[in-house]
Design a binder for this molecule. Structure first.
Ligand code: AMP
Ligand code: ZN
Length: 484
């Protein structure tokens, strides 16, 4: 039984989708005004684990992610870069998609630059004006009146009455202390917005009014959801910093618009920290994925990506965790350990035989324990502990030549199924790596020399193989060569 911690109720709840046949999952996408930092990427590793787990458990899942290509920061920095907003945001969106691919994150089924959903934003804002939740202010912007929505503050667990609230706020981001009416549509400001102006019409108190401007950040995700999923979804995710004001405002907009419960479950991931402070672009305290690759020059980039992925899976998603290079290098060593086991399996070719009952039961226990860990609010660290245990079982079975060919194949199936969630194993290591005949011949000669205790000859043949770009690996099951 899958249980998820719902930020809304602050409890772990049994997961019951609206429709069993299709689970609708949304997560807030990047603001493409610069490279993503590894803190941002942690948020997407988290949503990836949730989606992969749902699919592993047999749910059919549809995912949508927005790209915040219109906001204060993209508008400001595109002008600084002397680029038009679209080319500027497309550049950083492309880089973001490359980064998530490197980390083995499955991209959302539908990725929506929110500039493509302006029509839906206008539709929502119009309805909010009609229902009295929104008003056109004297500064030419349209605001959401939070006092009209009695449930305001429930997601972030704010006591609105006890707060000293300012009247209204025009920035996309602000702190809980400044809780206020927020902008749905911002009046055009030539200094800030430059060439970025959308001319739309609203009907305000029976009069058609042209309101040149641009959308606020929060309406964008409400519109994206409505356009692609309709008024109700199953799971909405993001980093904890998105709870307020962003997700609180999304609820206020979407529920006032439709009169329905917007999302059944709200899930939020903790922050990635440096020196115990939140990694943040604003404060200049961050690393990009490319930075961490550069800082670990002794490792191939793929190993750094896999190490970083593992580090995240080793932490409960709701906890903040401190990024250190020591932790990263330890994680890389662990990934190398996984690779060693796969290589051992490749070269372990036992004869065909039985699948013993004990063995079958062992496999079932691994699967069951793994599922139970994931069902407990996506417990990837605990699921990994099961995988480590399984790897020791595999290693000792190979050491004692305990498996039949059929059992070996069952082990490979198990690892494939674990990896549906983990996305960590390199199964290409199992493929045959066409070792040239000449090298195989030298290996045979070297093994024969070793058997005859002619060690000088065995050593010189090893060196000869080494000089040709291969290395000999000896283990309990025999010797084989690998490309260096
Ligand atoms: P942004 O591109 O700023 O809109 O952020 C994209 C995602 O990254 C959001 O879900 C944020 O909550 C998340 N995020 C931002 N900073 C961090 C951090 N230091 N650690 C984890 N997640 C973060
Ligand atoms: Zn959002």
């Amino acid at each position: 039984m899958l249980q998820l911690q719902n930020t809304f109720s602050q409890t772990k709840e049994r997961f019951k989708p609206i429709r069993q046949e299709l689970v609708k999952v949304y997560y807030c996408g990047p603001t493409p005004y610069n490279y993503a930092h590894i803190g941002n990427l942690r948020a997407y590793l988290f949503s990836d684990s949730v989606v992969r787990t749902l699919r592993y458990l047999g749910y059919k899942v549809q995912t949508v992610m927005n790209v915040t290509d219109i906001d204060d920061k993209t508008i400001r920095d595109s002008q600084k870069a002397g680029m038009d907003l679209q080319s500027f945001t497309e550049k950083y969106t492309g880089l973001f998609l490359e980064d998530i691919k490197k980390l083995g994150i499955i991209p959302a089924d539908t990725i929506v630059p929110i500039s493509t959903a302006i029509d839906t934003m206008v539709e929502i804002i119009q309805k909010l004006l009609d229902k009295g939740y929104a008003y056109l202010a004297e500064d030419g912007s349209i605001y959401y009146s939070i006092k009209k929505f009695p449930k305001y503050g429930q997601l972030a667990h704010l006591d609105i009455k006890g707060m000293k609230s300012s009247v209204r706020i025009n920035n996309d981001e602000y702190e809980k202390e400044s809780v206020a009416d927020f902008a749905l549509w911002k009046a055009y400001d030539v200094e800030k917005d430059g060439p970025n102006k959308w001319i739309v019409k609203f009907n305000v108190d029976g009069k058609e009014v042209e309101v040149p401007g641009r959308p606020g950040w929060h309406i964008e995700c409400s519109a994206c959801n409505l356009k692609h999923f309709g008024p109700e979804i199953d799971i909405h995710m993001g980093g904890i910093d998105n709870i307020f004001p962003h997700h609180e405002n999304e609820i206020a907009q979407s529920e006032a618009y439709s009169g329905k419960k917007f999302s059944r479950y709200w899930m939020h991931s903790g922050h990635l920290m440096i020196d115990n402070k939140k990694m943040s672009k604003k404060d200049g305290t961050f690393y990009t994925l490319a930075d961490i690759v550069t800082k670990v020059p002794s490792e191939k980039p793929e190993m750094v990506y896999r190490g970083f992925r593992l580090m995240n899976l080793q932490t409960r998603y709701r906890e903040n965790f401190n990024f250190t290079f020591d932790r990263l290098t330890t994680a890389i060593q662990t990934v190398k350990g996984f690779d060693e086991v796969l290589k051992r399996l490749k070269h372990y070719n036992p004869p065909s035989g039985k699948v013993f009952r004990d063995f079958r039961e062992m496999m079932q226990q691994y699967v069951q324990a793994y599922i139970e860990c994931l069902e407990d609010d996506i417990g990837t660290p605990e699921a990994l502990a099961i995988v480590f245990d399984c790897f020791s079982f595999i290693n000792s079975g190979i050491d004692t030549n305990a498996f039949s060919l059929e059992e070996k194949n069952a082990i490979l199936d198990l690892l494939h199924s674990f990896d549906e969630v983990l996305g960590l194993f390199d199964f290409s290591l199992l493929e045959s790596t066409d070792i040239p005949e000449e090298i195989e011949l030298l290996l045979m000669q070297r093994n024969a020399a070793k058997e005859q205790k002619n060690y000088p000859l065995a050593d010189s043949l090893r060196d000869q193989i080494g000089s040709m770009g291969y290395k000999i690996v000896d283990d309990k099951t025999g010797s084989h060569v690998e490309k260096v």
